[in-house]
Design a protein around this ligand. Structure first.
Ligand code: IPM
Ligand code: MN
Length: 360
């Protein structure tokens, strides 16, 4: 198979973890005889430095030409005081929208070898295996009007959370389809006791549920969902929710996996005629400027994102499973990065990447 992939390392630890993820990809391509065509592009802070904008037109063009996009992370502290429309993060919102990747899958799994890495009691975490499906192309991240207004008696700021029926419907379907292939439980998370967008959200989910009688549906208010996630995380199979709730709950989910460095993600858009998904793959963690350049970052989120890329954008389930197995083997060996609090000396980012390649 020809794997035509755009790599966007981005900022901070993004470049370090992406380097290891690409190494793993090369090993997979060699072992299973795939032709790998890699191109590299600019996104985020590095793109601002080199071109003046976080999402250059060239990157947009490359992302639309590629079969799949593998991303690191964006964000640099020197832009902290900049307005949202100029910041590195705006590049990420730009590419998500340009690629039309509206469903962000964030699997949260506990690994036996990492039970001690989670601050939660082992019996709560052991066996957690869920996927958060986060709406990624709408909601408060994109709604207008938005802005800071300085023309009145005092400064005023506003953001808008807006959803259309079809935006809710398409991501809801992704949730139901995933649940159908798993333990057949879907939890829809909203704030329908307060927000109109959530009331529409619930209406759509209830309507679509009629097509999935085999899937058990329940609704949780987002505040309660945040509590249930640490109280009874094993009760979840697939969770579907709007953009900002999903952003927040997935960081909370990271506690279950032991470290946010563990979490991969797949952002999926329209299906291609081949049945493969248009996809943008990135670890859930950010650019972590505090540890950038130190060869300390956990590359598992990025490597797990490679597994997701192979599975969703190319249908290469055997290769994806092999990458996941190799990761588990390395986790079991205890040679992991500092965030996972290993008993001995922590491994470096490169050592973990190398170990996964060897295991493959
Ligand atoms: C994430 C990140 C991004 C988001 C930021 C960097 C814009 O937190 O992918 O979870 O909020 O979507
Ligand atoms: Mn986030």
């Amino acid at each position: 198979m020809n794997l035509n992939i755009l790599v966007l390392p981005g900022d901070g630890i993004g470049t370090e973890v992406t380097r290891e993820a690409v190494r793993v990809l090369r090993v997979v391509a060699e072992k299973w005889n795939h032709q790998l065509t890699l191109r590299e592009g600019l996104l985020g802070g590095i793109a601002i430095h080199k071109t003046g904008t976080p999402f250059p037109a060239e990157t947009e063009k490359l992302s639309l030409e590629a079969d799949a996009v593998l991303m690191g992370a964006v964000g640099l502290p020197e832009f902290d005081e900049w307005p949202p429309e100029k910041r590195p993060e705006r590049g990420l919102l730009g590419i998500r929208k340009a690629m039309g990747v509206y469903a962000n899958l964030r699997p949260v799994k506990s690994y036996k070898a990492l039970l001690e890495s989670s601050p939660l009691k082992n019996h709560l975490v052991d066996g957690v295996d869920m996927i958060i499906v986060r709406e990624l192309n709408s909601g408060i991240y994109y709604g207008t009007p938005r802005g800071i207004y300085e023309d009145g008696p005092e400064p005023r700021a506003c953001n808008t959370m807006a959803y259309t029926w079809s935006e809710i419907e398409r991501v809801t379907r992704v949730g139901f389809e995933l649940a159908r292939k798993r333990r057949k439980k879907l939890t829809s998370v909203d704030k329908s006791n307060v927000l109109e967008t959530s009331q529409l959200w619930r209406r759509v989910v209830v309507e679509i549920a009629k097509e999935y009688p085999d899937v058990q549906l329940n609704h949780l208010l987002v505040d309660n969902a945040a509590m249930q996630l640490v109280l009874n995380p094993k009760s979840f199979d697939v969770m579907v929710t709007e953009n900002m709730f999903g952003d927040i709950l997935s960081d909370e989910g990271a506690i279950l996996a032991g470290s946010i460095g563990m979490l991969p993600s797949a952002s999926l858009g329209a299906k291609k005629p081949s049945g493969a998904w248009t996809g943008l793959y990135e670890p859930v963690h950010g650019s972590a400027p505090d540890i950038a350049g130190q060869n300390k970052a956990n590359p598992f989120g990025a490597i797990g994102s490679v597994a997701a890329l192979l599975e969703y954008s190319f249908g290469l389930t055997e290769e994806a499973a092999a990458v996941n197995r190799a990761m588990e083997q390395v986790l079991g060996s205890g040679r992991v990065t500092a965030d996972l609090k290993p008993a001995g000396t922590p491994a470096t980012t490169e050592e973990v990447g190398e170990a996964v390649c060897n295991a493959l």
